[in-house]
Design a protein around this ligand. Structure first.
Ligand SMILES: [Fe+2]
Length: 175
């Protein structure tokens, strides 16, 4: 049931444009999930990588129309998969802002679209925001997820297998 829901949400991202990036939302989600698997991430983190932008889906966005996509996604994913995955989804923009504030090499890794949206998202995180974020026990996971997110925009990469990624993200529901 859970597997069917996650599969349906991911498939609904096919052909959804990704804000000026060269890949659609489904390809982006699958590439992010595959980078998590390659890094040996645990299932919750693979699930968060796959679903980090689920807040861009119309039915998820509609539940919290005034919220940015990471907040709408976090609320949805928390209901679906619990607090940990929901927090990771909700933190992928703050992780970007914290990385910009703390890693001088990070900004150069961002796509032009991501640099543009950084301004809309509040720019580099302020010192107290960074400190609060880094104290969270899942901060390192959120920053790893963010780097997979940034690396998951390659139109020439082979498309990862959706079913294999669902197995990795939801081992209890594995096919
Ligand atoms: Fe993303």
């Amino acid at each position: 049931m859970l597997r069917e829901t996650v599969r349906a949400d991911l498939l609904a991202m096919a052909d959804l444009p990704y804000d000026g990036e060269d890949v659609d939302q489904l390809t982006h989600a699958l590439q992010a999930g595959a980078l998590a698997v390659e890094a040996g991430a645990r299932p919750a983190l693979v699930a968060a990588a796959l679903l980090h932008d689920v807040g861009r889906l119309p039915h998820v966005e509609a539940a919290l129309p005034a919220a940015p996509h990471e907040r709408a996604g976090a609320a949805y994913v928390t209901r679906l998969l619990g607090q940990e995955v929901g927090w990771l989804v909700g933190s992928h923009v703050l992780a970007k802002r914290a990385l910009v504030a703390t890693d001088p090499d990070y900004l150069a890794l961002l796509s032009p679209t991501s640099v543009r949206t950084l301004r809309e998202q509040g720019g580099p995180a302020a010192g107290d925001e960074v400190e609060r974020f880094l104290r969270h026990p899942l901060a390192a996971d959120a920053m790893a997820l963010r780097r997979w997110d940034d690396g998951a925009k390659d139109p020439s990469a082979p498309t990862p297998s959706l079913e294999a990624l669902l197995d990795a993200a939801l081992p209890a529901d594995a096919a």
